[in-house]
Design a binder for this molecule. Structure first.
Ligand SMILES: [Cu+2]
Length: 298
């Protein structure tokens, strides 16, 4: 018995790795001194956090009157938003946004890409905004965080990579109308082998399905890979379902019946999750609760 046991232990203590993948030289940290000189935004700061609709604006768009913004709407019980996805140019060095910044993202040669880069990102409108699909003549003050330069709600809204943050609280449900404003551009690095070899799930390229990573949801608000849709819901995946019972078409509801945690939201469309998320479709969605609020600040 003892001899046999010793044999087993020795066999596990001396594994043999033959794959060349595990025999690469260890990266020298000193070679990476210029890799991360970029300063990223504070994801929890006011300038980077969506503002919920007022009850009046939410109702204009088709949300229930339970939507509202505390403390302006004390009777409200839910936070409600419209968040869309766009392609836009952004200075990834961020100097204009915060008055500081590094070189931004570097290319394979270690050089900055340049002052602006084409990215995808989530965002929301500002004052006098008519979200895509809104009834004619309806405009609202969107959920854009305060612009990064002058501290006021902008007229055009904010779309950003990485995306602004949805702050939530346990016991206060969140509704988000997820909208798609992407062009049908083929992403760099698109991998057609990830779509079940099915044209139906591989095309068009501007398909989105937003998943709140870590959130408790019903299936209709999960952001299934085949629940994708194109702008104005012109084309839809086979798992797409109408969610007008939650608000404007495309609204997902998050009960927020879960403890504090660092959730995040990102694209989840079939065969595109890797492209869309890498191109910027990702943002934080933290939940706080009474336990977390009792923690000391530092
Ligand atoms: Cu995820």
């Amino acid at each position: 018995m003892t001899a046999a046991l010793q044999t087993v232990v020795i066999a596990h203590a001396a594994p043999t790795i033959s794959s060349s993948d595990y025999r690469k030289p260890i990266l020298d940290p000193s070679s990476q001194t210029n890799a991360w000189t970029n300063i990223i935004p504070n994801a929890l700061a006011g300038y980077f956090t969506y503002t919920p609709y007022t009850t009046a604006d939410a109702v204009k768009l088709g949300f229930p009157a339970s939507c509202g913004r505390l403390p302006d709407d004390p009777a409200s019980t839910e936070d409600c938003y419209t968040i869309s996805v766009k392609k836009f140019q952004q200075a990834l060095s961020l100097p204009a946004a915060w008055g500081f910044g590094g070189q931004g993202l570097l290319n394979a040669s270690g050089d900055p890409f340049g002052s602006v880069t084409w990215v995808y990102g989530y965002g929301s409108g500002g004052v006098n905004w008519s979200p895509p699909g809104a009834a004619a003549g309806v405009s609202v003050t969107g959920n854009a965080p305060k612009p990064f330069t002058d501290g006021t709600i902008s007229t055009t809204g904010i779309w950003h990579f990485p995306a602004p943050t949805i702050k939530s609280t346990k016991g206060r449900p969140v509704r988000v109308t997820w909208l798609n404003e992407l062009p049908n551009d083929k992403p760099t690095g698109f991998d057609p082998t990830l779509c079940d070899d099915s044209p139906y799930n591989c095309y068009p390229y501007n398909r989105i399905s937003t998943h709140a990573h870590g959130a408790h949801t019903n299936p209709d608000s999960d952001g299934f890979a085949k629940a994708w849709f194109t702008p104005l819901f012109a084309q839809k995946g086979q798992d797409w379902v109408s969610t007008v019972k939650y608000g404007p078409e495309g609204t997902y509801r998050y009960p927020m019946d879960q403890p504090a945690g660092t959730l995040w939201y990102h694209d989840h469309a079939m065969g595109l999750t890797h492209n869309n998320t890498n191109m910027g479709m990702a943002g934080f969605f933290p939940v706080t609760d009474d336990n977390e609020k009792l923690l000391p600040d530092s």
